[in-house]
Design a protein around this ligand. Structure first.
Ligand code: SER
Length: 324
């Protein structure tokens, strides 16, 4: 199948491209930035420059590639978006509009939208239910969350109005062997990366911080499974998906099972802590389980066992690449 990715240079793209190429698909990866050195994939994929904030360029790219399926990954994450809300608005809001319009105008059959736990925020009536279901009033506190809510609504609108079959997931904080990139959930990823390369990490979150998290292989599988699901089985456009929801100090304990000498401490950054505290502690993903058979494979310790050797290899490869 001909597949196009936006924002392919990010954390999800890194693993999704590999899975799509391995599945024999004809993949066009697009991003504003050149292909990162860590994104080396053996053939079967082309890398094209695309700025999704440029509507005509987006349409031209879709016209040229004629994808049957698009994964829209381009986004500025929550912490970086609070530093530059206009950039977050341009990329996340205008970019999503441009991608939807390009799909409509070039008759792309299916679009996968990547939403986030950042669509949630504490409602005025009290805390979010734990676990948080799909349908609660959405009160995001970040520009990233605001634009993801709008993207979800646009996704449903284009499906109904223009027959662009748009569907998506609300991702928990995703953890993989990649360098963190401007997210508030990055403290979890740093526990692994700095646990390996520095022997420890001072987290920018409190020890009792608890948000939904997921290991990337499960995240990629969710995207693939949802993209292949029969439309008639889907009762909604956007689905909560869940894996595990440990406290920050439980992640530390899980890392220490593999790296017993790693030391962790907590020095909360007020801005990022406030974002983390506004998110659900855990998600109810019953609809995804019922409609398209979603089920995570990795729990926290399963992720730690698999991830730590990968982080080691990533850092070794990075050191080799930077010495050339
Ligand atoms: N991981 C994202 C962030 O921290 C949330 O989707 O911004």
């Amino acid at each position: 199948m001909k597949i196009l990715l936006t924002g392919a240079g990010g954390q999800i793209g890194h693993d999704l491209i590999g899975a799509l190429v391995a599945g024999g698909h004809e993949v066009t990866s697009t991003d504003l930035a050149p292909r990162p050195p860590s994104h080396a994939h053996a053939g079967g994929e082309s890398w094209q420059r695309l700025d999704v904030t440029d509507g005509p360029a987006t349409e031209r790219m879709f016209e040229k590639v004629k994808p049957e399926l698009v994964f829209h990954l381009a986004a500025i994450l929550s912490a970086r978006g609070e530093k530059d809300p206009k950039l977050a608005y341009d990329v996340n809001q205008t970019g999503t509009w441009n991608v939807l319009e390009a799909c409509r105008k070039t008759a792309v059959k299916r679009l996968i939208f990547t939403s986030s736990i950042a669509v949630f925020g504490p409602p005025p009536s009290g805390p979010l239910p734990d676990p948080t279901p799909d349908d609660v009033a959405l009160h995001p506190t970040t520009m990233y969350g605001v634009t993801k809510v709008a993207g979800e609504l646009l996704c449903a609108y284009y499906t109904k109005k223009f027959d662009v079959d748009c569907r998506g997931v609300r991702f928990p904080g995703l953890i993989s062997a990649a360098m963190p990139g401007g997210g508030s959930s990055d403290y979890a990823l740093f526990m692994y990366v700095d646990g390996v390369r520095k022997g420890g990490y001072e987290a920018f979150a409190r020890a009792d911080t608890r948000i939904p998290l997921m290991y990337m292989p499960d995240g990629v599988r969710a995207l693939l499974e949802l993209s292949m699901a029969d439309r008639s089985k889907l009762t909604r456009s956007i689905y909560n998906i869940a894996a595990f929801s440990p406290r920050a100090d439980q992640i530390a304990t899980s890392v220490q099972r593999v790296l017993p000498d790693a030391k962790f401490s907590y020095s909360p950054d007020p801005r990022r802590q406030a974002i983390l505290d506004s998110w659900p502690k855990s998600l109810d993903d019953t609809a995804a389980r019922n409609d398209w058979g979603w089920k995570p494979k990795y729990d926290l310790d399963g992720m730690s066992d698999d991830l730590i050797p990968r982080v080691r290899r990533m850092l070794e490869l990075g050191a080799i690449l930077s010495s050339h």
